[in-house]
Ligand binder design. Structure first.
Ligand code: PGA
Length: 248
């Protein structure tokens, strides 16, 4: 079912005390925002501490990644089952930083989505094009290819559970968000292409969202929320984004 959804991807930032302070401030300041789902995605190492802080709040916990395998001899990896045990309800899968720096392919991403669903985690599947692909008019093809390489292998009822985050690679961390019209064009084409489930899937936008540009983006008909990087490290900005989303 479509719902208002905001996730803060803290990436590899902060330390135990700064993250706890941040999360504590976000939970206190956003306690009256009940109309949108707000999720915090801290680094793995702090999931447990953040989970305890979120226990009595309406915010949810998610992980920035999982391993594509169930368990076993995979040195340095963390499984879907492990993060689920720590209280996560969500997991980010296929972020462009994982695709680029850690060479994740659509095949890895499909396996991760399967592990997430098997462990009752909601995958937040990130898709997006490069500036060159956009300039060449390939945006829709690239994005639908990334989505269908997962959707084609899982049942339709499972497809509905996946939140899709459109994150143009050129907009991430660049300070240059996509225009609200470009965001709307891409998200409406995703809904159209998803056919029967299009109207029930939660679609969000990520890439340099901040309190100045968010309202125009959140107001678009096919936008259900945002995936926030930099602005999630500032509690005032992140809470303001939650407020704007709750009010559109
Ligand atoms: P940004 O990051 O908001 O800093 O652009 C978004 C993301 O990487 O998900």
């Amino acid at each position: 079912m479509r719902r208002k959804f905001l996730a803060g991807n803290l990436k590899m930032n902060g330390c135990s005390s700064s993250i706890c302070e941040l999360v504590d401030a976000i939970t206190t300041r956003s306690k009256n925002f009940h109309d949108c789902d707000v999720v915090i995605l801290p680094p793995y190492l702090y999931l447990n501490e953040v989970s305890l802080l979120l226990e009595k709040s309406h915010l949810s916990l998610g992980s920035q990644n999982i391993c594509q395998f169930n368990n076993g001899s995979y040195t340095g990896e963390i499984s879907a089952e492990m993060i689920s045990e720590l209280g996560c309800d969500y997991v980010l899968i296929g972020h462009s930083e994982r695709r680029n720096f850690f060479l994740e392919t659509n095949n890895h991403i499909l396996e991760k989505v399967k592990r997430a669903l098997e462990n009752n985690l909601t995958p937040i599947l990130c898709v997006g094009e490069t500036m060159e692909e956009r300039a060449a008019g390939q945006t829709e093809n690239i994005i639908m290819d990334q989505i269908s390489s997962t959707h084609d292998y899982i049942g339709i009822s499972q497809q509905e559970k996946i939140i899709i985050a459109y994150e143009p690679i050129w907009a991430i961390g660049s300070g240059k968000a996509a225009s609200e019209n470009d965001v709307q064009d891409v998200l409406s084409s995703i809904r159209r292409n998803l056919e029967t489930i299009g109207d029930s899937v939660t679609l969000i936008y990520g890439g340099s969202v901040n309190p100045e540009n968010a309202q125009a983006i959140f107001e678009q008909a096919d936008v259900d929320g945002g995936l926030i990087g930099g602005a999630s490290l500032d509690e005032k900005k992140f809470v303001e984004l939650a407020r704007l989303l709750q009010e559109v």
